[in-house]
Design a protein around this ligand. Structure first.
Ligand code: UD1
Ligand code: UDP
Length: 363
């Protein structure tokens, strides 16, 4: 074996991302990278975790730390301690993390302190809102990482603006002299691969609906914002919405007595394949998710994003995404004036992210 990598995952979007790279490593054992898969347990409901492993044929995690729920500090601290023990025991050559969750941050901190190189997949994204937990997590992760695999050219530029540039091919990368590589978007590769294997169908009555997701802290934990969003959607009675509700959001809606009209169909979180089918068959998508903004584009569906900024700025620039924040007037206007751009630019690489990452690491 040339290299042992310990990968830390924990939240729903990370299962989707890991599905691509873990499958590539398993299908190409001759490449010589062995992966130890660690699930922090950040997401733990069957429909937030198990379903992805089963459907997407992700190898079962070697370890599950069962550290879900709780405040940011408690959760991240417990993960940091648990991952540190594992790193000391397993002695991997590197640690790999995806995205910007608390699991990402905990893995990064644990490895950095032990001087184990960190590989960050989905590096360089910025919302320029440090109040978002995701922005805090991804900035720390990028600055501590050795290998930074960026999904877009914008991400590479964001890193450059913070003084993080590629060290060049003659230097052995380290946390001080980093390897920065535009690898394309791993979720694009996931969507290309899994849509070809998707046989899930949805009720005919749900075709042409607006697919709705809400779960980001800045929307759910600010009741003013959440109420504004609910009110806007309740105004749009001429539309049909399907809303797979994140457990965080369900709890807060219930606690605050917020409810939707009968034109909004609330369902439990769904598996990735069902999600892809909804994305493929909806009219448009209304969301605050990071990943779902891109998936809308992968299926050539216009997206309205209920956030003040986005990391995926190229979608806004190309007319595929409209930012409304939580402003009810803007949300209603955007939904009533939805239109599909003509151009479908190539923004997220060629769908060969896993291979690029492995090639670069082995070099
Ligand atoms: C996390 C990520 C966010 C990502 C999202 C993906 C951080 C800081 N946030 O947010 O960036 O967009 O995952 O979905 O890491 N809960 C359950 N069952 C579960 C999981 C969560 O009931 O399986 C509930 C618990 O009450 C929990 C709350 O949801 O306290 C929030 O979960 P948490 O993992 O802290 O954050 P997310 O909102 O899921
Ligand atoms: N997703 C899913 N079922 C759902 C909602 C989302 O499979 O009910 C998938 C979605 O297709 C995408 C990923 O989960 O691949 C995005 O995760 P989420 O929106 O929770 O997090 P974010 O991308 O905002 O971090």
């Amino acid at each position: 074996m040339k290299m042992n990598i310990l990968t830390v995952i924990g939240a729903r979007p990370q299962f989707v991302k890991a599905a691509v790279l873990s499958r590539y490593l398993r299908d190409n054992p001759n490449r010589g990278i062995k992966e130890i898969l660690v699930h922090t347990g950040q997401h733990y409901d069957a429909n937030m975790s198990d379903v992805f492993f089963k459907e997407m044929d992700i190898p079962q995690p070697d370890v599950n730390l069962h550290l879900g729920s709780g405040s940011h500090g408690k959760m991240t601290g417990a993960m940091l301690s648990g991952i540190e023990d594992l790193l000391i025991e397993k002695k991997p050559d590197a640690l790999l993390v995806y995205g910007d969750t608390n699991s990402t941050l905990a893995g990064t901190l644990a490895a950095s302190k032990l001087l184990i190189p960190v590989i960050h997949v989905e590096a360089g994204l910025r919302s320029f809102m440090m109040s978002m937990p995701e922005e805090q997590n991804r900035r720390v992760t990028d600055h501590l990482s050795t290998f930074l695999f960026c999904p877009t050219d914008t991400a590479v530029k964001n890193l450059r603006a913070e003084g993080i540039v590629d060290c060049g091919k003659d230097v052995r990368p380290s946390a001080d002299q980093k390897c920065v590589c535009m690898a394309g978007d791993i979720m694009y590769e996931a969507s290309l691969y899994y849509r070809a294997h998707n046989t899930v169908i949805i009720p005919d009555s749900d075709r042409g609906c607006i697919l709705l997701t809400i779960h980001r802290q800045e929307n759910t934990d600010d009741i003013q914002r959440l109420s504004s969003i609910v009110n806007a959607i309740n105004e749009l009675t001429e539309e049909r919405f399907v809303f797979p509700v994140h457990p965080r959001t369900r709890k807060i809606l219930f606690k605050n007595g917020l409810s939707f009209g009968s034109h909004v169909k609330l369902i439990d979180p769904i598996g990735y394949f069902e999600m892809l089918t909804y994305e493929q068959n909806c009219k448009c998508i209304l969301t605050d998710s990071g990943g779902v903004q891109k998936e809308a584009f992968f299926f050539e569906k216009p997206c309205i994003t209920m956030r003040d900024t986005t990391e995926w700025v190229e979608l806004v620039e190309n007319g595929w995404n409209t930012l409304t924040g939580a402003d009810p007037k803007k949300i209603i206007h955007a939904v009533r004036n939805i239109c599909k751009p003509v151009n479908v630019p190539l923004l997220y690489g060629a769908g060969d992210c896993a291979e690029l990452i492995v090639n670069r690491l082995l070099k």
